[in-house]
Design a binder for this molecule. Structure first.
Ligand code: FB9
Length: 495
């Protein structure tokens, strides 16, 4: 607020009992909004003034109305343009603006007449009173009540003025009224304390309702929020997290250990990112006994399996790649479990990035986060797998599941998982699952009676659904709108 405007208001209010802000704006020749702003600042001083909001009907002249209030009505201009000896109508109509309206109004008011024989227009009266101009000037000066309503409505119909509803304020003296206002101090300074000048200063009252400054902080990406929710679900279900901190994997653990044949299309470069340097893992890194068992089960079979009957190549198994699934990690963990002193039932999970050289589209990129659950125990069946899937998805708020037979090289039987998504109001594919084949488990050395059930899904799909994103590029990649990362809400999957 300009302190002087505030003080001008107080000085005026000191002379009267009350005043309306709209009237003040005319008296002080100040924009009404500025008057209202100064009033708000005076209110903050605490009971200096009393303020009562009121709705004020006011009238404003249109540009045509302003023209008339300054130059006269159209009919008066027509009348004043007629000389004593009269004038042709054609010439008269060219002599003043809005002549058509003016001529018709002047005729209807009996001010002028048209001689049809000569085509000339003559004055019928000596003088006229231009009450339209007089009325509009009164309205221009805020003296609305001096113009009868029927006139105001007629001028409104002629678009010479419009009615406006203005929120104004009626001002009265407050209990702490004074005519001078010093800008309240916002800080008590050491200098004020030292000199004692604080004693004659006014301080702005503390606003304890003010919100604190929003602390600048980091923001978790939606994917990480959803990952935390899934991690919590697995932990609640007694699963332990697998170490997935190796994006680069050998074909041996990614494919061969899973009994995936070396000529399988998924092992082709158009599906898999192979590493050029170092392109191979040293074969000495593979446990030699295990390597021989894998080689044998692929090439000759065993464990009541006929195998794939091809010449298995260790060189193929040495090829390095970006892991195509976290099941490579599950294989490592199951091999490790098989070599513990004593087998004990175990539940593992992992949530981490995998890479596939696939066709990109609105929901698929060349990498995504795979979520995988693995349960190893004696005599597990497909029924146990279905049961644990119901438990798992129930914690995501999903209770209606359907299963469809499917094929995976390393699980038999395998099932695609579908759920009825209440938010989307439709059935959607939510993952894949199966029972790891004996040809995968027995070469590792797991006991005959031990079965392993597992399932997988992606992290991106539920995240996109949760946060209403249609294109995966809104979620990950260079085109992500960081504001979305700042603003997206907390994640509660079962809600
Ligand atoms: O995640 C997927 N869909 C999904 C998951 C959750 C969800 O919301 C939750 C209910 C609240 C919504 C959707 N899918 C799997 C299905 C599709 O999105 C599919 O188009 C994409 N799939 C990925 C692979 O595509 C190349 C999702 C990814 C996937 C598929 C299979 C596995 C893992 C990830 C697996 C496995 C597996 C099988 C057996 C043993 C071990 C692992």
């Amino acid at each position: 607020m300009s302190v002087e405007l505030g003080e001008q208001i107080l000085v005026y209010l000191d002379k009267v009992s009350e005043v309306d802000t709209l009237k003040l704006s005319h008296i002080l020749s100040e924009d009404h909004q500025k008057i209202v702003g100064a009033v708000k600042s005076l209110q903050a001083l605490g009971d200096v003034i009393g303020v009562e909001q009121q709705t004020n009907k006011s009238w404003e002249l249109s540009s045509e109305g302003k023209f008339i209030s300054e130059s006269g009505s159209h009919e008066a201009l027509i009348f004043n343009a007629i000389p004593q000896e009269g004038i042709s109508q054609a010439e008269l109509m060219k002599s003043v603006p809005n002549s058509k309206v003016g001529f018709s109004k002047a005729m209807s008011k009996g001010w002028i007449s048209l001689d049809k024989c000569s085509g000339k227009v003559f004055k019928k009266v000596e003088t006229i009173t231009d009450e339209v101009k007089d009325h509009l000037n009164l309205i221009q000066n805020g003296q609305y009540d001096k113009v009868a309503d029927n006139f105001k409505l007629d001028y409104k119909k002629r678009k010479l003025l419009q009615e406006t509803i203005t929120k104004t304020f009626l001002l009265k003296k407050g209990i702490n009224f004074c005519t001078s206002v010093s800008k309240p101090e916002t800080d008590l300074t050491p200098e004020m304390i030292a000199t004692g000048s604080w004693k004659n200063k006014t301080f702005k009252p503390y606003n304890f309702d003010a919100l604190g400054v929003f602390p600048a902080s980091g923001h978790l990406h939606p994917l990480l929020k959803v990952r935390t929710e899934f991690r919590q679900i697995f932990l609640e279900m007694g699963f332990s997290e697998m170490p997935t901190n190796n994006f680069i994997e050998s074909s041996f653990w990614n494919f061969d250990a899973l009994f995936q044949p070396q000529q399988h299309p998924a092992r082709d470069a158009h599906d898999t990112f192979f590493i050029s340097d170092p392109s191979l893992t040293d074969s000495s890194k593979f446990p030699p006994d295990y390597l021989e068992k894998v080689k044998k089960v692929h090439s000759k079979g065993g464990y009541r399996s006929q195998g794939y009957q091809y010449e298995w190549s260790v060189k193929e198994a040495q090829k390095n790649l970006l892991r195509t699934h976290t099941t490579a990690v599950s294989a490592r963990m199951l091999y490790k479990l098989a070599h513990e002193k004593q087998f004990k039932p175990t539940k593992y999970f992992s949530i981490d990035r995998v890479f596939r050289n696939e066709t990109l589209d609105a929901t698929h990129l060349a990498e995504f986060h795979q979520i995988e659950g693995v349960v190893a125990d004696y005599d597990l069946t497909l029924g146990d797998l279905i049961g644990i899937l119901y438990e798992f998805f129930k914690k995501l708020g999903v209770t209606q599941l359907k299963f469809k037979p499917a094929y995976n090289p390393y699980t038999e039987p395998s099932m695609e998982i579908f759920c009825y998504h209440n938010g989307l109001k439709k059935w959607i594919e939510v993952g894949n699952s199966g029972v790891f084949r004996p040809e995968m488990l027995l070469p590792m050395g797991l006991p005959e009676k031990v079965n392993v059930i597992a399932w997988g899904l992606s992290l991106e799909r539920p995240t996109m659904i949760k946060y209403g994103l249609n294109n995966i590029r809104e979620l990950v990649g260079p085109k992500v709108n960081l504001q979305m990362v700042h603003e997206n809400g907390i994640c509660r999957l079962e809600k």
